[in-house]
Design a protein around this ligand. Structure first.
Ligand code: PLP
Length: 342
């Protein structure tokens, strides 16, 4: 049975072009720097985000944690939003791997207040931890794209205090598509960036961490320490190259489909779509007024061939992706109406 899967863009399976590229990939032992396909991907990726060098890593979480581990010393403090992926969805890894302390700031829809960021940078008092890093997230996992003016302000504050900025850009190219800018126009406001190949871009595995050559040289050693030195990874990198070359431009289709989904959902009585957060491929909505049990909804949808997640903190999230067509969206809406009226 073919399922329509709205749980996330991480569920995307590789395209035929990726399968062909993987089958034909030239590979070698990448720990020996012998894999030409990984080298090509890292070079192409660095260029795309305007950084000197890049490193292929197994996952987005791995890339973020490696960035913290490489930028910081144990006991350093990292300033970031309390709703950021690194805080909420990475299993507390900063305290385990980098051994850092998180200084979380309340975000306003994913945006940090630059003045507040500056006020939290530690002075030299012997009692204080040292501020080691500021982390931003764009696109934010709340579905929003953070304005470049906000990133620019925080980046200039960081520079003034000689602090690096790491960007969690898991959906960097969605943000670029939404803003109609080049990815470089976003990543010029950070020292390092992580982005995922395996979300909307459909690669089966992998993310990229990019930064200066000196930073990536150190990160390469940290990646080995963390068990991420992969051998014939060119099979995965081959799919990653297809992801970056062929799948970036079409992300706008996912965004268009998300808007259609948002419009149609909002017409269903009792459903309140959070329109302000529909920037990329995610639609958040509240259906508490329908009084329908969301766990039961998951099962009902499943029985009709549609996979969804239940509510998180009272909010439902549907995510569009390459494998979800406009027709699929209309089927989802019809099914939703049918379930609610049954
Ligand atoms: C998905 C995601 C990650 C982590 O990626 P994984 O490959 O799932 O580990 C990091 N940050 C954000 C904002 C994400 O959405």
């Amino acid at each position: 049975m073919k399922f329509i899967d709205l749980r996330s863009d991480t569920v995307t399976v590789p395209t035929q072009a990726m399968r062909d590229a993987m089958y034909n990939a030239q590979v070698g032992d990448d720990v020996y720097r012998d894999d030409p396909t990984v080298a090509e991907l890292e070079c192409f990726a660095a260029e795309l985000v305007g950084k000197e060098a890049a490193l292929f890593v197994p996952s987005g979480t791995f890339g973020n944690q490696l960035a913290l581990f490489t930028h910081c010393r144990r006991g350093d403090e990292v300033i970031l939003g309390d709703d950021s992926h690194i805080v909420v969805h990475e299993v507390g890894a900063p305290s385990v791997i980098a051994g850092v302390q998180l200084r979380t700031l309340k975000s306003s829809n994913g945006q940090l207040n630059p003045d507040e960021v500056e006020s939290k940078i530690r002075g030299i008092d012997i009692h204080f931890p040292s501020t080691g890093l500021i982390c931003l997230e764009n696109a934010h996992s709340n579905g929003r794209v953070i304005p470049l003016s906000n990133m620019e302000k925080i980046y200039s504050i960081a520079k003034k205090h000689n602090l690096p900025v790491h960007l969690d850009g898991a959906r960097l190219f969605n943000a670029a598509a939404y803003l109609k800018v080049d990815a470089k126009d976003i990543t010029k406001y950070c020292n390092s960036v992580m982005f995922c190949l395996s979300k909307g871009l459909c690669a089966p595995v992998g993310s990229i961490l990019a930064g200066t050559k000196e930073f990536i040289d150190r990160a390469r050693k940290g990646r080995k320490l963390m068990g991420g030195g992969l051998r014939q990874a060119g099979f995965l990198a081959a799919a990653g190259l297809v992801a970056l070359k062929e799948m970036r431009a079409r992300l706008t289709e996912d965004h268009e489909n998300a808007l259609i989904l948002a419009d149609e959902l909002s017409k269903i009585p009792g459903i309140k779509v959070n329109y302000e957060n529909v920037h990329i491929n995610m639609v958040f909505f509240d259906m508490s007024e329908t009084n329908y049990d969301t766990d039961k909804l998951v099962q009902d949808f499943y029985n009709k061939g549609i996979k969804i997640n239940s509510a998180e903190n009272g909010e439902m999230r549907f995510v569009t992706n390459y494998w979800v067509t406009k027709e699929d969206i209309h089927f989802v809406i019809d099914t939703f109406k049918e379930i609610l009226s049954a």
